[in-house]
Design a protein around this ligand. Structure first.
Ligand code: HEM
Length: 425
């Protein structure tokens, strides 16, 4: 790599050279691929469900059974310090001090921890995010939906992402974490600058911007924790303060976990946008759902599978790991390609068909195993409340122009613009 990123990797320890003909990183930067990666990835998966990129030294997992086994294996973890060619490598520390500081500051948190530290931190938050406990948030989510739907124009096109999906996700996250409206601009800037980290390969300027955002975001969370404005027995700040005073988490772990939870909430917008677009592109399925609202649960799972909001899920080999036919050596980075895994014909009958009745639908959009997305029940609930409210109010929802997909993120798959028009049936 020549971008000065933390991925200057030697070819040592290469176990297989499955895909020297694919320029993975050029593909991940291609606008057409980012808008619709499915066909290209199917062709690549057909060749082999696990592939090695000799340029970056990264393993790509495109097959469903291979990914699922890997995500459940204790030989594959999330601690990126174990990635021998990555940011924590002593050579890289000298060559890329900004990248090192960025990753080192953000490292201590449940997302990046292996057992037993992962469980120690996850236990602080897990109960509050369970499906049963999340039900208490229904009135608040309904209230936030209603406030936005009340303002929507009739028979006039508007950008669903800017007007509904993004503000709704942000507002719900702000309500849950008790963040005032005055923080809107800062929060949006921080989340945007930090979102590039998941891309794995990032440019030097992006690292500088992300480090600045990280410092500011952490300062805000630190001040919130220190000010004690939250009841220590209530809410996520309270639970974090209690974990800190009980010695369960140190200060860095508290700050980073809270930041990830706040930013994670905003990711809900990908399901709202990708899901609505998919319904609009499949009018027969949209009509079936309208006539049978009890299909909402299976429909949401199918939206998650068909146009997933997340594209990369990372693992680092704690030990040598046999992934399908490929040996992933200790210290190597593997990336599960969600957009390929969800269309694997070995798991899904007719994978390119969008079917709101599909069941079972064991998609991996939220991951699998110990690190499975803690916010998944909240995401599903938000989508259910919003789609029900939209269909109740508007007999006609139509696409009003070309959607515009994100062009700057390979690790996530979401929309900048989704022009729609609302009206009566
Ligand atoms: C459509 C929206 C979302 C998608 C597609 C998504 C996807 C994911 C994925 C793929 C993982 C990693 C799983 C793994 O490594 O095996 C994850 C983890 C996580 N997500 Fe989400 N997520 C979403 C929304 C949320 C929300 C709303 C929150 C918080 C309120 C959240 C908080 C987290 C946290 C804290 C983790 C780390 C869990 C752990 O390591 O134990 N996510 N998510």
């Amino acid at each position: 790599m020549s971008d000065g990123s933390n991925l200057e990797i030697s070819a040592d320890g290469i176990a297989a050279l499955n895909s020297p003909d694919i320029d993975w990183w050029e593909m991940f930067a291609d606008d057409a691929f980012l808008a619709s990666p499915y066909e290209k990835l199917s062709v690549i998966r057909e060749k082999a469900p696990v592939q090695f990129d000799p340029v970056s030294g990264i393993y790509f997992v495109l097959g469903y059974p291979e990914y699922k086994k890997m995500a459940l294996s204790t030989d594959m973890g999330r601690d990126t310090r174990l990635w021998s060619g990555g940011w924590y490598n002593p050579e890289n520390k000298k060559a890329d001090p900004v990248g090192y500081e960025l990753y080192n500051t953000i490292q201590p948190q449940m997302t990046n921890a292996n057992a037993p530290h992962h469980r120690r931190m996850r236990d602080v938050y897990e109960k509050a995010f369970r499906r049963t406990d999340i039900q208490a948030l229904i009135p608040m989510i309904e209230d936030e939906c209603r406030k936005i739907l009340d303002t929507l124009p009739f028979e006039q096109s508007f950008n669903f992402m800017q007007t509904v999906a993004d503000p709704l996700s942000r507002n719900i996250s702000k309500r849950i974490f008790n963040i005032p409206k005055s923080m809107d601009a800062d929060l949006a800037r921080w989340v945007d600058a930090l979102s590039v980290i998941g891309n794995v390969i990032i440019a030097p300027q992006q690292k500088q911007d992300a480090l600045k955002a990280l410092t500011e975001f952490r300062n805000y969370v630190r001040e919130r924790m220190a000010s004690g404005i939250d009841d220590p027995n209530d809410g996520f700040f309270g639970a974090t303060i209690k974990a800190y005073t009980d010695g369960v988490m140190d200060e860095d772990e508290c700050l980073n976990n809270l930041m990830t939870l706040i930013s994670g909430g905003i990711a809900t917008a990908t399901l709202l946008g990708n899901g609505l677009l998919t319904l609009l592109r499949h009018p027969d399925q949209f009509e079936l759902l309208r006539r049978n609202p009890e299909l909402m649960e299976t429909a949401i799972e199918e939206m998650l599978r068909f146009e997933p909001g997340c594209s990369f899920i990372l693992r680092v080999a704690i030990d040598d790991y046999q992934c399908g036919d490929v040996l992933i050596p200790q210290g190597a980075l593997a990336i599960g390609l969600v957009t390929a895994i969800g269309r694997d014909p070995r798991t899904y009958k007719d994978p390119d068909r969008f079917d709101v009745t599909r069941y079972p639908n064991p998609h991996v959009v939220f991951g699998v195993g110990a690190h499975i997305c803690i916010g998944k029940a909240l995401v599903r609930l938000t989508a259910r409340v919003l789609f029900n409210a939209l269909m109740d109010r508007f007999g006609r929802i139509e696409l009003a122009g070309e959607p515009e997909w994100w062009k700057h993120r390979a690790d996530q798959h979401g929309l900048n613009a989704l022009p729609i028009t609302l009206g009566n049936a």
